[in-house]
Write a protein that binds this ligand. Structure first.
Ligand SMILES: [Zn+2]
Length: 281
């Protein structure tokens, strides 16, 4: 008897979960506090970071946490090399953009401290660089992760904190005159949260495009995952897996100056394209 196949069950469950989480997320955003939420101006609804001026770069792992290990290298070491080169390139070629690093040396940093640093500096983007690993040596390619629905709640506090920092600076400009102490502001936070997710997916897609089109890397796609390091970032945030350290030829590529410069160029291009598209609006 065939009945429902495993893949059909999977599709059904996935669809159910998507509908369930969309519904519950919608429920929160539509009726956050009061019976009769006041109208929010279009300007506030469509608030976007007018400019990308601060980018937080996060080299995965560090110190006692080596991350994945290859034959000749460790994840923490290659991630740091790539991040430092990327930061240098951004500061040189994107004038007016400040780079902050969660680490610039081989030190251990708590997972939650990473996005917290980005929040503190009011960063416009958070980019975490990691290397993949798998038991099968043949596994290869790049993938870029954004935070899944399951952890979107955790962003609330970060977004609120970020917003209050914004308020101290260009309050009128950023919020079109809406009152942050008004309960209706929660609707805006919820909209911001959805927007961060959309923007994260956009940046992640540009990154995957750059890897595959410019350097013919294998495209493993943009994925949603419940990741602590992204969950509390109050800005668009992605985690990019630049290749498999468990695959000897990818390890060699990621260790080489040529490979690293290609990866850096690809990430840089995606940031530049993302920045242009956000700032055009
Ligand atoms: Zn990692």
């Amino acid at each position: 008897m065939k009945g429902i196949t495993l893949s059909q069950t999977k599709i059904f469950c996935t669809t159910f979960l998507i509908i369930f989480f969309s519904y519950s997320a919608m429920g929160r955003s539509i009726h956050p506090v009061k019976d009769d939420p006041p109208e929010i101006s279009d300007k506030a609804k469509h608030k976007k970071p007018a400019k990308i001026t601060t980018i937080c770069l996060d080299a995965g792992h560090g110190g006692r946490d080596a991350g994945a290990r290859g034959r000749k290298s460790t994840e923490k070491q290659i991630a740091l090399e790539v991040v430092l080169k990327l930061g240098k390139k951004i500061e040189k070629e994107l004038p007016g953009v400040k780079v902050i690093y969660t680490r610039t040396e081989d030190v251990f940093i708590d997972l939650y401290a990473r996005p917290a640093l980005a929040n503190k500096h009011n960063a416009d983007l958070f980019i975490s660089v990691h290397l993949n690993s798998f038991s099968r040596q043949a596994a290869r390619g790049t993938e870029t992760l954004v935070c899944g629905f399951g952890r979107m709640d955790e962003q609330d506090v970060a977004i609120r904190e970020n917003a209050s920092i914004l308020l101290e600076e260009d309050y009128e400009e950023n919020y079109g005159g809406f009152d942050p102490s008004d309960p209706s502001s929660y609707i805006v936070f919820s909209l911001m949260k959805r927007e961060y997710r959309d923007q994260s997916i956009k940046l992640a897609s540009l990154m995957q495009d750059a890897y595959t089109k410019n350097s013919r890397r294998v495209d493993r796609g943009v994925k949603e995952q419940s990741l602590a390091v992204l969950a509390t970032a109050g800005m668009p945030a992605v985690l990019t897996e630049i290749g498999f350290i468990s695959n000897p030829s990818e390890e060699d590529y990621m260790m080489s100056a040529k490979g690293q410069s290609e990866i850096v160029q690809n990430i840089f291009n995606s940031i530049k394209n993302y920045k242009n598209s956000v700032e055009r609006k």
